[in-house]
Design a protein around this ligand. Structure first.
Ligand code: SAH
Length: 468
Protein backbone atom coordinates (compact mmCIF):
# COMPACT_ATOMS: atom_id res chain seq x y z
CA UNK A 1 0.00 0.00 0.00
CA UNK A 2 1.37 3.34 -0.93
CA UNK A 3 0.30 6.80 0.15
CA UNK A 4 2.18 9.87 -1.03
CA UNK A 5 1.64 13.39 0.17
CA UNK A 6 3.13 16.36 -1.66
CA UNK A 7 3.16 20.10 -1.23
CA UNK A 8 4.37 23.08 -3.20
CA UNK A 9 4.11 25.33 -0.16
CA UNK A 10 7.44 27.10 0.26
CA UNK A 11 9.76 26.05 1.66
CA UNK A 12 8.26 22.70 0.73
CA UNK A 13 10.58 20.80 3.05
CA UNK A 14 8.53 22.18 5.95
CA UNK A 15 6.38 19.14 5.23
CA UNK A 16 9.01 17.18 7.11
CA UNK A 17 8.27 19.20 10.25
CA UNK A 18 4.56 18.81 9.77
CA UNK A 19 4.70 15.02 9.61
CA UNK A 20 7.58 14.82 12.08
CA UNK A 21 9.79 12.87 9.74
CA UNK A 22 13.20 13.91 8.57
CA UNK A 23 13.42 14.16 4.78
CA UNK A 24 17.05 13.10 4.87
CA UNK A 25 16.50 9.52 5.94
CA UNK A 26 14.27 6.53 5.46
CA UNK A 27 12.53 5.33 8.59
CA UNK A 28 11.03 1.98 9.35
CA UNK A 29 8.22 1.14 11.78
CA UNK A 30 7.20 -2.28 12.91
CA UNK A 31 3.44 -2.65 13.23
CA UNK A 32 1.36 -5.60 14.43
CA UNK A 33 0.43 -6.53 10.87
CA UNK A 34 3.48 -5.54 8.87
CA UNK A 35 6.12 -2.91 8.26
CA UNK A 36 5.67 0.75 7.44
CA UNK A 37 8.40 2.77 5.79
CA UNK A 38 8.50 6.53 5.43
CA UNK A 39 10.75 8.19 2.86
CA UNK A 40 10.88 11.22 0.60
CA UNK A 41 10.97 10.63 -3.17
CA UNK A 42 11.60 14.38 -3.54
CA UNK A 43 12.55 17.09 -1.08
CA UNK A 44 13.40 20.47 -2.52
CA UNK A 45 12.44 24.00 -1.56
CA UNK A 46 9.91 24.01 -4.38
CA UNK A 47 8.28 20.66 -3.88
CA UNK A 48 8.40 17.95 -1.30
CA UNK A 49 6.78 14.51 -1.23
CA UNK A 50 6.59 12.13 1.67
CA UNK A 51 5.69 8.49 1.02
CA UNK A 52 4.21 5.98 3.42
CA UNK A 53 4.76 2.47 2.15
CA UNK A 54 3.02 -0.24 4.08
CA UNK A 55 3.80 -3.88 3.58
CA UNK A 56 1.54 -6.37 5.25
CA UNK A 57 2.02 -10.07 5.43
CA UNK A 58 -1.20 -11.70 4.17
CA UNK A 59 -0.06 -15.21 5.11
CA UNK A 60 0.80 -14.10 8.62
CA UNK A 61 -2.62 -12.50 8.89
CA UNK A 62 -4.36 -15.74 8.01
CA UNK A 63 -2.27 -17.72 10.46
CA UNK A 64 -3.09 -15.31 13.25
CA UNK A 65 -6.75 -15.10 12.46
CA UNK A 66 -8.89 -16.74 15.07
CA UNK A 67 -11.59 -18.14 12.85
CA UNK A 68 -14.10 -20.79 13.92
CA UNK A 69 -12.35 -24.11 14.50
CA UNK A 70 -12.10 -26.28 11.42
CA UNK A 71 -12.78 -23.45 9.01
CA UNK A 72 -11.17 -24.33 5.70
CA UNK A 73 -8.48 -22.10 4.29
CA UNK A 74 -9.27 -21.25 0.72
CA UNK A 75 -6.73 -20.04 -1.76
CA UNK A 76 -8.29 -16.62 -1.52
CA UNK A 77 -7.09 -16.29 2.03
CA UNK A 78 -3.55 -16.36 0.70
CA UNK A 79 -3.86 -14.85 -2.74
CA UNK A 80 -5.80 -11.62 -2.44
CA UNK A 81 -5.61 -7.88 -2.85
CA UNK A 82 -4.92 -7.12 0.81
CA UNK A 83 -1.23 -6.25 0.37
CA UNK A 84 -1.96 -3.60 -2.27
CA UNK A 85 -5.34 -2.02 -1.63
CA UNK A 86 -5.51 0.89 0.77
CA UNK A 87 -7.50 -0.50 3.69
CA UNK A 88 -8.03 0.01 7.38
CA UNK A 89 -4.46 -1.25 7.83
CA UNK A 90 -3.28 1.92 6.13
CA UNK A 91 -5.47 4.02 8.42
CA UNK A 92 -3.91 2.38 11.44
CA UNK A 93 -0.47 3.02 9.95
CA UNK A 94 -1.35 6.69 9.39
CA UNK A 95 -2.40 6.99 13.02
CA UNK A 96 0.75 5.23 14.25
CA UNK A 97 3.33 6.77 11.98
CA UNK A 98 1.84 10.25 11.50
CA UNK A 99 0.14 10.42 14.91
CA UNK A 100 1.24 13.97 15.76
CA UNK A 101 0.27 15.31 12.35
CA UNK A 102 -3.11 13.62 12.61
CA UNK A 103 -3.62 15.25 15.99
CA UNK A 104 -2.51 18.62 14.58
CA UNK A 105 0.72 18.95 16.54
CA UNK A 106 4.11 20.07 15.34
CA UNK A 107 6.98 20.68 17.73
CA UNK A 108 9.08 22.71 15.34
CA UNK A 109 6.47 24.47 13.20
CA UNK A 110 3.46 25.01 15.50
CA UNK A 111 2.36 28.03 13.46
CA UNK A 112 2.21 25.95 10.27
CA UNK A 113 -0.14 23.34 11.71
CA UNK A 114 -3.21 25.52 11.35
CA UNK A 115 -2.25 26.84 7.95
CA UNK A 116 -3.94 25.48 4.84
CA UNK A 117 -1.28 24.70 2.25
CA UNK A 118 -1.55 23.25 -1.25
CA UNK A 119 -1.50 19.47 -0.88
CA UNK A 120 -1.69 16.52 -3.21
CA UNK A 121 -2.33 13.04 -1.94
CA UNK A 122 -2.14 9.91 -3.98
CA UNK A 123 -3.29 6.44 -3.04
CA UNK A 124 -1.75 3.94 -5.43
CA UNK A 125 -4.66 1.49 -5.21
CA UNK A 126 -8.08 1.88 -3.70
CA UNK A 127 -10.96 -0.48 -4.15
CA UNK A 128 -14.37 1.00 -4.88
CA UNK A 129 -16.65 -1.84 -5.77
CA UNK A 130 -20.17 -0.44 -5.52
CA UNK A 131 -20.30 2.73 -7.54
CA UNK A 132 -16.64 2.84 -8.50
CA UNK A 133 -15.42 6.21 -9.54
CA UNK A 134 -18.69 7.85 -8.69
CA UNK A 135 -18.31 6.80 -5.06
CA UNK A 136 -14.80 8.26 -4.91
CA UNK A 137 -16.16 11.58 -6.08
CA UNK A 138 -19.13 11.52 -3.76
CA UNK A 139 -16.83 10.94 -0.81
CA UNK A 140 -14.12 13.47 -1.53
CA UNK A 141 -15.62 16.25 -3.65
CA UNK A 142 -17.95 17.56 -0.93
CA UNK A 143 -14.85 18.03 1.21
CA UNK A 144 -13.41 20.35 -1.40
CA UNK A 145 -10.98 18.04 -3.15
CA UNK A 146 -10.26 17.97 -6.80
CA UNK A 147 -10.57 14.24 -7.48
CA UNK A 148 -8.70 12.42 -10.21
CA UNK A 149 -9.10 8.71 -10.69
CA UNK A 150 -7.45 6.19 -12.92
CA UNK A 151 -9.31 2.93 -13.41
CA UNK A 152 -7.88 -0.41 -14.47
CA UNK A 153 -9.28 -3.27 -16.53
CA UNK A 154 -9.79 -6.54 -14.65
CA UNK A 155 -7.31 -8.20 -16.97
CA UNK A 156 -5.45 -6.34 -19.68
CA UNK A 157 -5.35 -9.44 -21.90
CA UNK A 158 -9.14 -9.74 -21.82
CA UNK A 159 -10.72 -6.30 -22.05
CA UNK A 160 -14.13 -7.93 -22.47
CA UNK A 161 -14.00 -8.95 -18.82
CA UNK A 162 -14.65 -5.32 -18.04
CA UNK A 163 -13.28 -2.97 -15.42
CA UNK A 164 -11.78 -3.90 -12.11
CA UNK A 165 -12.91 -2.24 -8.88
CA UNK A 166 -9.39 -0.81 -8.47
CA UNK A 167 -8.43 2.80 -8.95
CA UNK A 168 -5.51 5.09 -8.38
CA UNK A 169 -6.89 8.06 -6.49
CA UNK A 170 -5.34 11.52 -6.59
CA UNK A 171 -6.67 14.33 -4.44
CA UNK A 172 -5.68 17.96 -4.44
CA UNK A 173 -6.80 20.76 -2.19
CA UNK A 174 -5.53 23.57 -0.07
CA UNK A 175 -5.90 22.20 3.42
CA UNK A 176 -4.02 21.62 6.62
CA UNK A 177 -2.08 18.36 6.78
CA UNK A 178 -4.26 17.39 9.73
CA UNK A 179 -7.44 17.79 7.70
CA UNK A 180 -6.13 15.75 4.82
CA UNK A 181 -4.85 12.94 7.02
CA UNK A 182 -8.11 12.92 8.98
CA UNK A 183 -10.21 12.60 5.84
CA UNK A 184 -8.02 9.76 4.60
CA UNK A 185 -8.04 8.06 7.99
CA UNK A 186 -11.84 7.88 7.99
CA UNK A 187 -12.56 7.43 4.29
CA UNK A 188 -10.01 4.76 3.39
CA UNK A 189 -11.79 2.06 5.42
CA UNK A 190 -15.12 3.38 4.12
CA UNK A 191 -13.95 2.71 0.58
CA UNK A 192 -12.48 -0.65 1.25
CA UNK A 193 -15.28 -1.97 3.40
CA UNK A 194 -13.12 -4.80 4.70
CA UNK A 195 -12.29 -3.45 8.12
CA UNK A 196 -9.77 -5.78 9.64
CA UNK A 197 -10.31 -5.24 13.31
CA UNK A 198 -13.18 -5.74 15.65
CA UNK A 199 -15.69 -2.92 15.64
CA UNK A 200 -16.49 -1.94 19.21
CA UNK A 201 -18.01 1.09 20.88
CA UNK A 202 -14.76 2.97 20.76
CA UNK A 203 -14.99 2.91 16.97
CA UNK A 204 -18.00 5.20 17.26
CA UNK A 205 -15.93 7.53 19.41
CA UNK A 206 -13.07 7.38 16.92
CA UNK A 207 -15.37 8.16 14.04
CA UNK A 208 -16.98 11.10 15.83
CA UNK A 209 -13.65 12.44 16.97
CA UNK A 210 -12.03 12.25 13.54
CA UNK A 211 -15.26 13.34 11.86
CA UNK A 212 -15.53 16.48 13.95
CA UNK A 213 -16.21 19.58 11.90
CA UNK A 214 -16.88 17.82 8.59
CA UNK A 215 -18.79 14.57 8.88
CA UNK A 216 -22.08 15.94 10.14
CA UNK A 217 -22.27 18.19 7.08
CA UNK A 218 -21.15 15.60 4.57
CA UNK A 219 -23.94 14.66 2.14
CA UNK A 220 -22.81 11.04 2.35
CA UNK A 221 -22.53 10.95 6.13
CA UNK A 222 -24.90 7.99 6.34
CA UNK A 223 -22.98 5.90 3.87
CA UNK A 224 -19.71 6.85 5.54
CA UNK A 225 -21.02 5.96 8.98
CA UNK A 226 -22.57 2.69 7.86
CA UNK A 227 -19.47 1.52 6.10
CA UNK A 228 -17.03 2.76 8.69
CA UNK A 229 -18.91 0.89 11.38
CA UNK A 230 -19.31 -2.10 9.10
CA UNK A 231 -23.08 -1.89 9.03
CA UNK A 232 -23.42 -2.65 12.74
CA UNK A 233 -26.89 -1.30 13.19
CA UNK A 234 -26.89 -0.13 16.79
CA UNK A 235 -23.52 1.55 16.45
CA UNK A 236 -24.55 3.22 13.19
CA UNK A 237 -27.78 4.53 14.73
CA UNK A 238 -25.92 5.82 17.74
CA UNK A 239 -23.31 7.58 15.60
CA UNK A 240 -25.89 9.12 13.27
CA UNK A 241 -27.98 10.40 16.17
CA UNK A 242 -24.99 12.11 17.59
CA UNK A 243 -23.82 13.45 14.25
CA UNK A 244 -27.16 15.09 13.64
CA UNK A 245 -27.12 16.82 17.00
CA UNK A 246 -23.60 18.02 16.23
CA UNK A 247 -24.92 19.80 13.16
CA UNK A 248 -27.88 21.25 15.04
CA UNK A 249 -25.60 22.78 17.59
CA UNK A 250 -23.85 24.57 14.74
CA UNK A 251 -27.04 26.02 13.32
CA UNK A 252 -28.41 27.12 16.67
CA UNK A 253 -25.21 28.89 17.53
CA UNK A 254 -26.31 32.47 18.33
CA UNK A 255 -23.10 33.69 16.73
CA UNK A 256 -24.09 32.29 13.38
CA UNK A 257 -25.46 34.92 11.05
CA UNK A 258 -28.71 34.46 9.17
CA UNK A 259 -26.85 34.14 5.91
CA UNK A 260 -24.80 31.27 7.25
CA UNK A 261 -27.88 29.58 8.52
CA UNK A 262 -29.52 29.79 5.16
CA UNK A 263 -26.52 28.28 3.51
CA UNK A 264 -26.51 25.44 6.03
CA UNK A 265 -30.14 24.70 5.40
CA UNK A 266 -29.66 24.65 1.68
CA UNK A 267 -26.77 22.31 1.97
CA UNK A 268 -28.71 20.07 4.30
CA UNK A 269 -31.47 19.42 1.82
CA UNK A 270 -29.26 17.93 -0.81
CA UNK A 271 -29.91 18.43 -4.48
CA UNK A 272 -30.69 14.73 -4.72
CA UNK A 273 -33.53 15.05 -2.27
CA UNK A 274 -34.88 18.16 -3.94
CA UNK A 275 -34.86 16.41 -7.28
CA UNK A 276 -36.60 13.40 -5.83
CA UNK A 277 -39.21 15.65 -4.24
CA UNK A 278 -39.83 17.55 -7.47
CA UNK A 279 -40.22 14.38 -9.55
CA UNK A 280 -42.49 12.80 -6.97
CA UNK A 281 -44.66 15.91 -6.88
CA UNK A 282 -44.97 15.93 -10.67
CA UNK A 283 -45.96 12.26 -10.70
CA UNK A 284 -48.56 12.80 -7.99
CA UNK A 285 -49.94 15.81 -9.75
CA UNK A 286 -50.49 13.67 -12.85
CA UNK A 287 -52.66 11.35 -10.69
CA UNK A 288 -50.68 8.37 -11.92
CA UNK A 289 -51.19 5.00 -10.26
CA UNK A 290 -49.02 2.83 -12.51
CA UNK A 291 -45.54 4.32 -12.79
CA UNK A 292 -42.21 3.54 -14.41
CA UNK A 293 -38.82 4.62 -13.15
CA UNK A 294 -36.64 4.32 -16.24
CA UNK A 295 -32.93 4.13 -15.42
CA UNK A 296 -33.89 3.61 -11.79
CA UNK A 297 -30.29 3.15 -10.63
CA UNK A 298 -30.08 2.13 -7.01
CA UNK A 299 -33.76 2.76 -6.45
CA UNK A 300 -34.03 5.99 -4.47
CA UNK A 301 -37.13 7.12 -6.31
CA UNK A 302 -38.58 3.60 -6.13
CA UNK A 303 -38.31 3.70 -2.34
CA UNK A 304 -40.18 7.00 -2.24
CA UNK A 305 -42.86 5.70 -4.63
CA UNK A 306 -43.37 2.62 -2.47
CA UNK A 307 -44.03 4.78 0.56
CA UNK A 308 -46.97 6.39 -1.24
CA UNK A 309 -50.08 4.23 -1.46
CA UNK A 310 -51.38 6.10 -4.50
CA UNK A 311 -48.85 4.29 -6.64
CA UNK A 312 -50.26 0.83 -7.08
CA UNK A 313 -47.87 -0.53 -9.70
CA UNK A 314 -44.24 0.49 -9.70
CA UNK A 315 -41.67 -0.72 -12.19
CA UNK A 316 -37.98 0.14 -12.13
CA UNK A 317 -35.86 -0.53 -15.18
CA UNK A 318 -32.12 -0.23 -15.58
CA UNK A 319 -29.46 -1.45 -17.94
CA UNK A 320 -27.08 -2.15 -15.08
CA UNK A 321 -27.46 -5.51 -13.33
CA UNK A 322 -25.39 -4.25 -10.48
CA UNK A 323 -27.62 -1.21 -9.93
CA UNK A 324 -30.68 -3.47 -9.88
CA UNK A 325 -29.04 -5.77 -7.36
CA UNK A 326 -28.32 -2.84 -5.11
CA UNK A 327 -31.87 -1.53 -5.56
CA UNK A 328 -33.35 -4.93 -4.67
CA UNK A 329 -31.13 -5.03 -1.65
CA UNK A 330 -31.92 -1.52 -0.45
CA UNK A 331 -35.63 -2.02 -0.92
CA UNK A 332 -35.46 -5.36 0.91
CA UNK A 333 -37.47 -6.87 -1.90
CA UNK A 334 -36.89 -10.41 -0.66
CA UNK A 335 -38.38 -9.66 2.71
CA UNK A 336 -41.35 -7.58 1.58
CA UNK A 337 -44.80 -8.64 2.73
CA UNK A 338 -46.73 -10.07 -0.26
CA UNK A 339 -49.07 -7.08 -0.67
CA UNK A 340 -46.13 -4.73 -0.92
CA UNK A 341 -44.12 -7.12 -3.07
CA UNK A 342 -46.91 -7.17 -5.63
CA UNK A 343 -46.65 -3.43 -6.15
CA UNK A 344 -43.09 -3.42 -7.39
CA UNK A 345 -41.10 -5.04 -10.13
CA UNK A 346 -37.49 -4.55 -11.24
CA UNK A 347 -36.67 -5.09 -14.87
CA UNK A 348 -33.37 -5.41 -16.63
CA UNK A 349 -33.48 -3.65 -19.96
CA UNK A 350 -32.24 -0.82 -22.07
CA UNK A 351 -34.11 2.34 -22.88
CA UNK A 352 -32.92 2.38 -26.44
CA UNK A 353 -34.99 -0.67 -27.40
CA UNK A 354 -38.71 -1.09 -27.70
CA UNK A 355 -39.86 -3.04 -24.66
CA UNK A 356 -43.44 -4.31 -24.40
CA UNK A 357 -43.13 -4.64 -20.64
CA UNK A 358 -43.18 -0.85 -20.45
CA UNK A 359 -46.52 -0.37 -22.18
CA UNK A 360 -49.74 0.61 -20.41
CA UNK A 361 -48.38 2.88 -17.66
CA UNK A 362 -49.78 6.21 -16.48
CA UNK A 363 -46.45 7.92 -15.98
CA UNK A 364 -42.69 7.48 -16.33
CA UNK A 365 -39.80 9.18 -14.56
CA UNK A 366 -36.43 9.40 -16.32
CA UNK A 367 -34.24 10.98 -13.69
CA UNK A 368 -30.67 11.96 -14.59
CA UNK A 369 -30.50 9.31 -17.30
CA UNK A 370 -30.56 10.92 -20.76
CA UNK A 371 -27.14 12.48 -20.27
CA UNK A 372 -25.75 8.93 -19.97
CA UNK A 373 -26.93 8.05 -23.48
CA UNK A 374 -24.73 8.53 -26.52
CA UNK A 375 -26.25 11.38 -28.53
CA UNK A 376 -26.78 9.13 -31.60
CA UNK A 377 -28.89 6.85 -29.35
CA UNK A 378 -31.22 9.62 -28.25
CA UNK A 379 -33.55 9.14 -31.21
CA UNK A 380 -33.98 5.45 -30.30
CA UNK A 381 -34.68 6.45 -26.70
CA UNK A 382 -37.30 8.96 -27.82
CA UNK A 383 -39.12 6.30 -29.82
CA UNK A 384 -38.85 3.62 -27.09
CA UNK A 385 -40.40 5.95 -24.52
CA UNK A 386 -42.71 8.32 -26.39
CA UNK A 387 -43.81 6.19 -29.34
CA UNK A 388 -43.93 2.67 -27.87
CA UNK A 389 -44.19 2.78 -24.04
CA UNK A 390 -46.25 5.96 -24.42
CA UNK A 391 -47.18 6.74 -20.80
CA UNK A 392 -49.62 9.59 -20.14
CA UNK A 393 -46.93 11.63 -18.38
CA UNK A 394 -43.14 11.59 -18.73
CA UNK A 395 -40.94 13.45 -16.27
CA UNK A 396 -37.35 13.93 -17.41
CA UNK A 397 -34.55 15.59 -15.45
CA UNK A 398 -31.01 16.36 -16.56
CA UNK A 399 -28.22 18.64 -15.33
CA UNK A 400 -28.27 22.27 -16.37
CA UNK A 401 -24.76 22.79 -17.76
CA UNK A 402 -24.93 26.54 -17.17
CA UNK A 403 -25.02 25.94 -13.44
CA UNK A 404 -21.67 24.10 -13.47
CA UNK A 405 -19.75 27.32 -12.91
CA UNK A 406 -21.32 27.38 -9.45
CA UNK A 407 -19.81 24.07 -8.29
CA UNK A 408 -16.62 25.07 -6.58
CA UNK A 409 -15.02 21.69 -7.07
CA UNK A 410 -15.83 21.30 -10.74
CA UNK A 411 -13.03 22.36 -13.09
CA UNK A 412 -14.22 24.49 -15.99
CA UNK A 413 -15.35 22.52 -19.00
CA UNK A 414 -15.81 19.28 -17.03
CA UNK A 415 -19.02 17.33 -16.63
CA UNK A 416 -20.46 16.54 -13.23
CA UNK A 417 -19.98 12.84 -13.78
CA UNK A 418 -17.41 11.07 -15.93
CA UNK A 419 -20.08 8.89 -17.51
CA UNK A 420 -22.07 11.86 -18.76
CA UNK A 421 -22.03 11.98 -22.55
CA UNK A 422 -23.34 15.53 -22.61
CA UNK A 423 -24.71 18.22 -20.35
CA UNK A 424 -27.15 20.68 -21.80
CA UNK A 425 -27.73 24.37 -21.25
CA UNK A 426 -31.36 25.31 -20.64
CA UNK A 427 -31.94 26.36 -24.24
CA UNK A 428 -30.59 23.02 -25.51
CA UNK A 429 -32.83 20.96 -23.26
CA UNK A 430 -35.86 23.09 -24.05
CA UNK A 431 -35.26 22.79 -27.79
CA UNK A 432 -34.81 19.01 -27.61
CA UNK A 433 -37.83 18.48 -25.36
CA UNK A 434 -40.09 20.73 -27.44
CA UNK A 435 -39.09 18.82 -30.58
CA UNK A 436 -39.85 15.49 -28.91
CA UNK A 437 -43.21 16.73 -27.68
CA UNK A 438 -44.14 17.91 -31.12
CA UNK A 439 -43.06 14.73 -32.90
CA UNK A 440 -44.85 12.37 -30.52
CA UNK A 441 -47.97 14.37 -29.66
CA UNK A 442 -47.14 15.47 -26.15
CA UNK A 443 -47.16 18.91 -24.57
CA UNK A 444 -44.23 19.88 -22.37
CA UNK A 445 -43.61 22.36 -19.57
CA UNK A 446 -40.37 23.06 -17.73
CA UNK A 447 -39.46 23.56 -14.10
CA UNK A 448 -36.19 24.33 -12.32
CA UNK A 449 -35.01 22.03 -9.53
CA UNK A 450 -32.71 23.21 -6.77
CA UNK A 451 -31.62 26.71 -5.76
CA UNK A 452 -32.16 29.04 -8.70
CA UNK A 453 -29.50 31.51 -9.68
CA UNK A 454 -30.58 34.66 -11.46
CA UNK A 455 -28.08 34.23 -14.25
CA UNK A 456 -27.30 30.54 -14.64
CA UNK A 457 -30.58 29.05 -13.40
CA UNK A 458 -30.96 25.96 -11.23
CA UNK A 459 -28.63 22.96 -11.01
CA UNK A 460 -31.19 20.53 -12.43
CA UNK A 461 -33.71 21.08 -15.20
CA UNK A 462 -36.95 19.17 -15.48
CA UNK A 463 -39.38 18.69 -18.36
CA UNK A 464 -42.88 17.38 -17.72
CA UNK A 465 -44.49 15.87 -20.82
CA UNK A 466 -48.22 15.18 -21.06
CA UNK A 467 -49.76 13.12 -23.85
CA UNK A 468 -52.34 15.12 -25.78
N1 SAH B 1 -32.49 7.61 -11.80
C1 SAH B 1 -31.46 7.26 -10.85
C2 SAH B 1 -30.12 6.89 -11.49
C3 SAH B 1 -29.47 7.92 -12.34
S1 SAH B 1 -27.88 7.39 -12.91
C4 SAH B 1 -31.29 8.39 -9.85
O1 SAH B 1 -31.73 9.49 -10.09
O2 SAH B 1 -30.68 8.14 -8.81
C5 SAH B 1 -28.26 6.86 -14.54
C6 SAH B 1 -28.81 5.47 -14.61
O3 SAH B 1 -29.21 5.23 -15.95
C7 SAH B 1 -27.81 4.39 -14.24
O4 SAH B 1 -28.34 3.55 -13.28
C8 SAH B 1 -27.59 3.68 -15.56
O5 SAH B 1 -27.33 2.29 -15.38
C9 SAH B 1 -28.88 3.91 -16.27
N2 SAH B 1 -28.80 3.79 -17.72
C10 SAH B 1 -27.85 4.29 -18.54
N3 SAH B 1 -28.12 3.97 -19.82
C11 SAH B 1 -29.26 3.24 -19.81
C12 SAH B 1 -30.04 2.60 -20.80
N4 SAH B 1 -29.69 2.64 -22.08
N5 SAH B 1 -31.17 1.96 -20.43
C13 SAH B 1 -31.52 1.89 -19.13
N6 SAH B 1 -30.82 2.47 -18.15
C14 SAH B 1 -29.71 3.13 -18.47
Amino acid sequence: MLLTLSTSHQPATDLGYLVHKNPARMQEFSLAFGTARVFYPEASEARCTVALLLEIDPVGLVRNRRGPAGEGRSLEQYVNDRPYVASSFLSVAIADVFGSALAGRSKDRPELVAQAIPLNASLAVVRARAGGEDLLRRLFEPLGYLVETEGYPLEEMFPEWGDSPYFTLRLSATKTVKELLTHLYVLIPVLDGDKHYWIGDDEVEKLLRHGEGWLSEHPEKELITRRYLKHRRTLVDDALDRLVSDADVGVDDPQASDAMEEEEVERKISLNEQRLGAVLAALKQSKAAKVLDLGCGEGRLLAALLRDREFTEIVGLDVSHRALEIAADKLHIERMPPMQRQRINLLHGSLIYRDRRLEGFDAAAVVEVIEHLDPPRLAAFERAVFEFAKPGTVVITTPNAEYNVKWETLPAGKFRHSDHRFEWARAQFTAWASGVAERFDYSVRFAPVGPEDEIVGSPTQMGIFTRV
